[in-house]
Design a protein around this ligand. Structure first.
Ligand SMILES: [Zn+2]
Length: 162
């Protein structure tokens, strides 16, 4: 007979660290599958940890439901970032998010043409350690623009000034 495990038993097996920026609980137990989800083998059954976390922390069965991440981090097991939905919701969500980021990027590219960064800003961008998306937000330009600046293709002329 297959032994049923309790939520407490399952919870004991979770190890995670908290991402201070996003509040995500990044699971360290188990392994990551091809889709980027964390999984563990519990009582002989391979299960994705975020589903397990949903069950353990909310005390609700995820059976027959899709457990989604509101934070988009597939290794996250913060119960506040997990919502139950249908398969359809999940796809809809992804489509909307994709569309939104696409639109943002396009809008930013249009604005780039209007907006000129100063030589000082360009120097800063080259020195700052943050990723292109983070900097794009700081300087209100597109991430493409930031990458271009870093590669030097945009301001060959400015190099002489610097
Ligand atoms: Zn999260």
């Amino acid at each position: 007979m297959r032994r049923k495990i309790t939520g407490i038993e399952a919870a004991k097996r979770f190890r995670w660290h908290i991402d201070e920026k996003t509040g995500c609980w990044i699971c360290e137990s188990g392994h990551t599958d091809k889709q980027g989800y964390r999984f563990m083998r519990i009582a002989g059954i391979r299960t994705r940890v975020h589903r397990l976390a949903y069950w353990v922390f909310n005390n609700k069965s995820p059976k027959g439901k899709v457990i989604r991440h509101t934070c988009d981090n597939r290794e996250c097991i913060n119960p506040n970032h997990l919502v139950a939905g249908t398969k359809r919701d999940n796809t809809q969500d992804m489509l909307e998010r994709d569309r939104a980021s696409d639109w943002n990027e396009r809008r930013m590219l249009t604005e780039d043409r209007r907006r000129k960064l100063t030589t000082q800003q360009i120097k800063e961008i080259r020195c700052r350690p943050e990723g292109s998306y983070a900097l794009a937000r700081v300087y209100c330009v597109s991430a493409v623009q930031i990458r271009r600046i870093r590669n030097g293709s945009r301001c060959a002329g400015l190099l002489q000034v610097a």
